[in-house]
Design a protein around this ligand. Structure first.
Ligand code: FES
Length: 128
């Protein structure tokens, strides 16, 4: 069996939603100390729905594919749904990742969590 599924290769070679959102409502950056990979997620949220999402990932093929798939999974979703996204769901949507690459999908989950935390803290400040 090939190391990576066709979906991983597709999202690695043609990543969706790459870039930044200058006026993002939530930004989250995470890194993995062991491999040194870094992932940053930008969310545009309106009406408690993810209107747009972009990412920048400096990392391995699985990290890029995971970020790309994660953005596709949460785009257009209510914030409450995006919160529930797990790294397993990202890996499954990619038709699997090798065991030693599962931590790459964890980065995607954590980057979204952090961007949502940032969104909520900004919102709280606005509401004060
Ligand atoms: Fe660390 Fe992929 S090897 S994120």
């Amino acid at each position: 069996m090939a190391l990576y599924s066709e979906k991983v290769m597709d999202h690695f070679l043609n990543p969706r939603n790459v870039g930044t959102i200058p006026d993002a409502d939530g930004v989250g950056e995470v890194g993995n100390a062991k491999c040194g990979d870094i992932m940053k997620m930008y969310l545009k949220i309106d009406n408690d729905t993810i209107q747009d999402v972009k990412f920048e990932t400096f990392g391995c093929a699985s990290a890029i594919a995971s970020s790309s798939m994660a953005t596709e999974l949460i785009k257009g979703q209510p914030v409450e749904e995006a919160k529930k996204l797990t790294n397993k769901a990202v890996a499954e949507a990619l038709d699997g990742l090798p065991d030693y690459k599962m931590h790459c999908s964890v980065l995607a989950q954590e980057a979204i969590e952090k961007a949502l935390e940032n969104y909520y803290s900004k919102k709280e400040k606005k509401d004060e």
